[in-house]
Design a protein around this ligand. Structure first.
Ligand code: XIL
Length: 495
């Protein structure tokens, strides 16, 4: 069982807390201002659940789920109503999934997976390699035999869930508080065990995002944060496959929201990875800390979502701290409202690329069809690029949707490289950076409305040089532009 230590200051505690308070007060004031607006003029468009509110900016809001609680109607109905990303609290960990060597057991993990996906919720995988909750038989191994057991475990579990999950926490909690590597049995197999885990994972399922996950990495000036940051930077510089960093965000057990949390998120994201808050809980559900951590994520384009570590206080691994968004009776707490209001105040769109991979140089194709009535079919999703509700309004973001042959899914490639819909609206990039929205707009001949339909299946924006990209495969997934990476979620055929 893991324990989360309090954040110990590496600098002057007094200075840190004053700075934290100043920044933090700003965040609270901002949220309070939005809350006031919402009260004064109720926004008909404000979402009424956490998942829907997060989705307005392309993010998710998730929870950890315990398979043993799914039979509790209050629990499961809150979970299905409020959240759109699910993490198995224990059921996909190594002790659960490979209790004996080579004998995998996915019964509890699948119970959660099936429950979630039957309700249209996505699933994060947690976790493949960790010092805790290991199968007992790992205890008898060391050196190359333990290394091989880890590799076999990753391959076995990832094969089972191949193509099904939004992300995997490949490695969990591998650092000490001072930023050095934790002296676990896995570390004992050699310092390269983490990159071996990530390389193994990428080969096992190239479609899933691969995350490093840890606690007490929320404070930018903390040793452990720096240790993890340096590893991610090193991985990115050497091409070790990694897509995301999960900050557990346990503001329990003596920890609390640091004033520089957003800086930490920004700095990780600047390395070229997504960031996510993966196991949020807050002592006594401080509304200001919940609002502040939510706002910090919303302020960072590559912060793709937030997961709380349980549904009701009574479900929490730290239930004595009442750290969640629903009380033991399933009632919404004040912290729930503070999070919902913050989410409802967000503007559109985080950026979120597919897993990094090879980026072959595409060339414009000479054989794509032109003329009326072509659909833009996503290779990974099997779904079509669609204008929601057949809207003709400028600025309507396009999405994936089941192909239906309607006019809002019919795209025409013109000789001037426009992709038109309804005759007079063009596929238009709202910006040129990673994560920029792709929308419809009155055709104007500008470069942000010109597209190369390439022989390798990608469609690149003439202005940005970036690829049409989609983060997931489901109905409603929004289309964006992102650095071309050769993955299937960036391939669309005009046919
Ligand atoms: C916890 C679970 O919530 C408990 O039910 C279990 O007994 C121990 O593990 N960091 C992690 C999570 O990555 O997997 C841990 O979950 C909490 C700390």
């Amino acid at each position: 069982m893991a324990t989360t230590s309090p954040v110990h200051s590496t600098g002057s505690p007094r200075r840190r807390s004053l700075r934290g308070r100043a920044l933090f007060t700003g965040a609270v004031a901002t949220v309070a201002a939005f809350a006031a607006v919402l009260v004064a003029t109720p926004d008909a468009n404000a979402a009424s659940t956490l998942g829907a509110a997060a989705a307005q900016s392309g993010r998710y809001f998730g929870t950890a789920i315990a398979a043993s609680r799914l039979g509790d109607g209050t629990y499961s109905s809150i979970a299905a109503r409020e959240f759109n990303m699910i993490t198995a609290e224990n059921e996909m960990k190594p002790d659960a999934t490979e209790p004996q060597r080579g004998q995998f057991n996915f019964s509890s993990g699948d119970q959660i997976y099936n429950w979630a996906t039957q309700r249209g919720l996505k699933v994060r995988g947690h976790t493949l390699a960790w010092h805790a909750q290991q199968p007992s038989w790992w205890g008898g191994l060391s050196g190359s035999s333990l290394r091989q057991a880890m590799i076999d475990h990753i391959n076995g579990v990832m094969a089972h869930y191949k193509g099904k999950l939004a992300a995997w926490d490949v490695v969990n909690e591998a650092f000490n508080e001072d930023g050095s590597r934790r002296g676990s049995n896995l570390q004992g197999t050699g310092n390269d065990w983490i990159e071996v885990a990530f390389r193994t994972a990428r080969a096992a399922d190239p479609s899933v995002k691969l995350c490093y996950n840890d606690y007490n990495i929320e404070n930018w000036s903390y040793g452990k944060t720096q240790g993890v940051y340096n590893m991610i930077r090193d991985f990115k510089s050497r091409g070790v496959p990694i897509d995301c960093v999960g900050l557990q965000t346990h503001f329990t057990g003596g920890s609390s929201l640091p004033g520089n949390f957003q800086t930490t998120l920004q700095n990780f994201a600047a390395l070229g990875v997504d960031v996510a808050l993966t196991e949020v809980d807050v002592t006594n559900s401080s509304t200001s800390q919940y609002a502040g951590l939510t706002q910090a994520c919303l302020n960072v384009p590559r912060c793709i979502g937030i997961t709380v570590w349980g549904v009701r206080d009574s479900d929490s691994w730290r239930s004595s701290e009442n750290p969640l968004l629903f009380d033991g009776g399933g009632n919404k707490k004040a912290a729930y409202t503070s999070v919902l209001n913050a989410l409802n105040s967000a503007g559109p769109g985080p950026s979120s690329p597919a897993p990094s991979g090879s980026s072959g140089g595409p060339s414009p194709s000479t054989s794509v069809p032109t003329g009326n009535g072509n659909r833009l079919l996503g290779a990974q999703s099997g779904r079509c690029i669609d204008v929601p509700s057949a809207s003709q309004n400028n600025g309507t973001r396009v999405q994936l949707y089941d192909c239906n042959g309607q006019t809002n899914q019919q795209w025409t490639l013109t000789s001037s490289r426009q992709l038109t819909v309804y005759g007079n609206r063009c596929l238009d990039a709202a910006g040129s950076g990673n994560g920029s929205a792709v929308q419809i707009y009155s055709c104007n001949g500008q470069a942000n409305q010109q597209w190369n339909v390439n022989s390798n299946g990608t469609i690149t924006g003439v202005q940005s040089g970036r690829c049409l990209d989609v983060w997931g495969t489901g109905n409603g997934q929004q289309v964006q532009i992102y650095d071309c990476n050769g993955q299937a979620n960036q391939r669309f055929s005009l046919s």
